[in-house]
Write a protein that binds this ligand. Structure first.
Ligand SMILES: Cc1cc2nc3c(=O)[nH]c(=O)nc-3n(C[C@H](O)[C@H](O)[C@H](O)COP(=O)(O)OP(=O)(O)OC[C@H]3O[C@@H](n4cnc5c(N)ncnc54)[C@H](O)[C@@H]3O)c2cc1C
Length: 375
């Protein structure tokens, strides 16, 4: 059987789901193909922190754009998505880290992001369970948290209500040249294909410069009121940048349920999803430097997931050279939940050949040559 669409989205993680909704809202005939559960892979493993990051100007532009899109969408989100604008506290451990905190403050403020510096006593007031030895923090009040698998499901269901077709429990075996072949021999014909298959994207679009980066997360029992903000150590980026060794950084999130979600670790070139006890120990020890009382809390579950990283830590959003029908939306690393909405907007801008709110070039797949892809 053959079917014709304007766009076929491959994968219903948060990125594919956001694309499906955005394209359907624009009046396109959309199909989404998902081999498993909607939002069941990296999207289910992620922390759901909607965060503005300034690793590079392009990362800042994409995360801020998307954070604002989430804020716009927030009033329409059902309760089970647990969207909570709790803000982020970037915490400085010692005086040596204060210049970086000041730099971040000036950068965010100069680009219109509300920010506030808290001194040691302000920090204790904001989060009484933090160690009193910490010297200060940058508060970014417009950052938020949400439950990402529920967000992905909601977006796909909204798209379906507006006419999008969902091919669930179907695996894409081949895609390109305006055709998508599923494992049950269904052939979808389409003007455009968006590969949003996360860590599996290379199975239908070879030579993508992506690598998996494993992460561990720990969720505790319910401790309502234990903390109010997402708390991240200021040295987080040092950990995020390490490409040669395993790294951990303090990252703690309050959930609506009263549970605490503790991250985070990063490991390259580990393919198995097993929980590594030495990594978990390092994460907990690191977190206890910031919150000594954590040792008295119980953990309920530990899991792992894979971020999909590119060499420059920016996603691949756009056309694939040599096939006018083929687009990708992958490589969002640890920010795909945050940047999913902006990704969908940027792709739609490309389809409609209209100017985007932020420049597209930094995310264009063509910035990498095939040689780099194989490096
Ligand atoms: C530990 C951890 C913490 C994180 N924390 C955050 C955070 O706080 N904030 C943030 O913004 N991001 C975070 N991330 C990153 C975020 O989770 C990812 O960037 C995001 O979920 C990627 O979404 P995706 O849709 O691209 O991929 P996925 O969610 O992996 O979706 C891809 C989908 O494609 C489907 N698929 C694959 N192959 C096929 C095929 N052949 N046929 C059909 N379907 C197929 C899969 O089943 C899957 O559902 C974190 C990630 C990890 C691992």
């Amino acid at each position: 059987m053959s079917h014709h669409y304007d766009v076929v989205v491959l994968g219903a993680g948060i990125v594919g789901a956001a694309c499906a909704l955005e394209f359907t809202q624009a009046g396109m005939r959309v199909a989404v193909v998902e081999r498993g559960v909607i939002g069941g892979e990296a999207t289910a493993a992620g922390m759901g922190h909607i965060v503005v990051m300034d690793d590079s100007p392009a990362q800042f532009a994409l995360t801020r754009y998307s954070q604002l899109l989430w804020a716009e969408l927030a009033p329409t989100l059902p309760e089970n998505i647990e969207y909570d604008r709790c803000g982020t506290l970037w915490i400085a451990q010692n005086e040596e880290e204060m210049p970086e905190l000041q730099r971040k403050y000036i950068y965010y403020q100069s680009l219109g992001v509300p920010v506030q510096i808290l001194d040691s006593s302000g920090l204790t007031e904001a989060e009484p369970n933090l160690s009193t030895s910490l010297v200060g923090a940058l508060l970014v009040p417009e950052d938020a948290v949400l439950y990402s698998p529920a967000a992905a499901l909601f977006m796909v269901q909204c798209a379906q209500k507006m006419g999008a077709k969902l091919y669930l429990e179907k695996t894409v075996v081949r895609a390109g040249e305006s055709e998508v072949l599923l494992d049950d021999a269904t052939m979808l014909r389409t003007d455009r294909i968006v590969n949003a298959m996360g860590a599996s994207a290379s199975t239908v679009t070879p030579d993508l410069p992506i690598r998996k980066r494993k992460g561990h997360l720990i969720i505790t029992d319910r401790y309502p009121g234990f903390c109010r903000h997402q708390m991240v150590e200021l040295g987080y980026l040092t950990s995020a940048h390490s490409v040669t060794s395993d790294s951990v950084a303090f990252n703690l999130q309050p959930r609506r349920t009263g549970q605490l979600l503790l991250g985070s670790s990063r490991q390259f070139d580990v393919d198995n999803g097993f929980v590594d006890r030495s990594i978990v120990k390092a994460m907990v020890e690191r977190a206890q430097r910031f919150i000594p009382k954590l040792s008295s809390l119980s953990a309920l579950r530990i899991w792992t997931g894979f971020r999909v990283a590119t060499p420059d830590h920016l996603p691949l959003i756009g056309a694939i050279q040599g096939d006018a029908s083929m687009f990708v939306a992958v490589g969002h690393e640890g920010l795909g939940i945050t940047t999913s909405l902006a990704t969908a907007h940027l792709l739609l801008d490309q389809f409609l050949e209209r100017t985007s709110i932020i420049p597209l070039d930094p995310y264009s797949p063509s910035r990498f040559s095939v040689t780099e892809a194989h490096a």
